[in-house]
Design a protein around this ligand. Structure first.
Ligand SMILES: O=C(O)CCC(=O)C(=O)O
Ligand SMILES: [Fe+2]
Length: 346
């Protein structure tokens, strides 16, 4: 069938065509059928990329733990830690969060306007440490999940994963149950979940409905992984990217990066919403293949004064709201911009 830009399907046709071009349709089916998928190393990148990512993680671990590489096994013996907020610690992370295959499948799960919520390095040593079975759904006051996923992850494996290696495990099909596991269920699945068997360089991708955990690491050495989590743009991110991104970082990356940083989201606003800010955001579908640096097209918007009431903007708002017949944008027929929350600004 010819996939055209049907407006009712919004950006799905454009994304679908690119996923097909990247030979990812089988992975997309696995996500739909089982709730997770594994990209083999050759679809993730060359050996030099895997090595550079591993080096970066080890370097950051040594810096944060104030030790040398040879000490790390001892430092993480019988333990594991999420090293948080690593995006700005090495340029390789900017490349990884824009990885076409990973971002493409993640956008399938959480929309082409998704934003980066966290970027971490996860280190685990030999011993009993393991992650309890859970779903990444983080609306804890809503244990019953929405139909659509709100968050999606990649785990970039930098060491081999198996049950013995303390690898990630999944409850295949659990994404369809659309609820968080009870403590009894988490206990049952701890040793019954399916362990991922995959070599270093693979990437595991899933949405926040899927139950997963990990096994204790019985083998020598460290388990190393980079975790990227992406959210829908209305959500609070786990890490402060919007607050810390620089104009230089926007300039050296393609336009999609600015959307990942969510810098042009008008909310939260004070007495005078900055509608112009949202208009500066990259519009429409942004190709997964776009690698052109944004250059001077973008800059981090200046912080306004939340307490200032701007009379001119106020008058414009009054005029718009006072028309006899006002309407909200039609979500079903026209092209809808992929910019965050544009539709909610009335
Ligand atoms: O590898 C693990 O121990 C669990 C990973 C996990 O829960 C996640 O990335 O969301
Ligand atoms: Fe998780």
């Amino acid at each position: 069938m010819k996939i055209e830009d049907w407006p009712s399907a919004k950006h799905t046709p454009a994304l679908y065509r690119e996923l097909k071009q990247l030979d990812l349709l089988e992975h997309l089916t696995e996500l739909e059928a089982f709730g997770f998928t594994v990209l083999p190393p050759e679809k993730v990148g060359p050996q030099e990329q895997h090595d550079a990512a591993r080096e970066a993680v080890l370097r950051i671990a040594c810096e944060r733990k104030q030790c040398v590489v040879d000490d790390l096994e001892e430092v993480f013996s019988d333990g594991q830690e999420l090293l948080r907020f690593v995006l700005w610690d090495d340029l390789i992370f900017e490349k990884l969060v824009l990885h076409p295959a990973a971002l493409g499948l993640i956008q399938w799960l959480v929309g082409t306007n998704c934003v980066l919520s966290l970027c971490n390095a996860w280190i685990k040593g030999k011993g009993e440490s393991r992650t309890a079975v859970h779903a990444d759904w983080s609306q804890f006051d809503m244990p019953t999940m929405a139909v659509e996923t709100y968050g999606a992850n990649f785990n970039y494996l930098l060491t081999d994963y198996s049950k013995e290696d303390g690898g990630l495990s999944f409850v295949p099909g659990s994404h369809r149950w659309r609820r968080l596991p009870s403590s009894e269920e988490a206990e049952y699945w701890a040793d019954n979940a399916q362990a991922i068997e995959a070599p270093a360089g693979s990437m595991v991708i899933w949405g926040d409905h899927t139950w997963h955990g990990s096994y204790p690491k019985k083998t020598d050495g460290l388990r190393l992984m980079i975790l990227g989590m992406f959210n829908r743009p209305h959500m609070q991110t786990q890490e402060a990217y919007r607050q810390t991104v620089t104009t230089e970082a926007l300039a050296r990356n393609p336009l999609r990066f600015a959307r990942l940083m969510n810098v042009y989201n008008a909310m939260p606003w004070g007495k005078t919403p900055n509608y112009a800010k949202t208009m500066q955001a990259p519009q429409g579908y942004l190709s997964l293949f776009d690698t052109e640096p944004a250059g001077d097209k973008l800059q981090v918007p200046e912080e306004g004064d939340y307490h200032l009431y701007d009379a001119k903007t106020g008058e414009m708002t009054k005029e718009r709201m006072s028309k006899k017949k006002t309407s909200f944008p039609d979500m079903y027929k026209g092209q809808v911009s992929a910019t965050s929350n544009k539709e909610n600004q009335a």
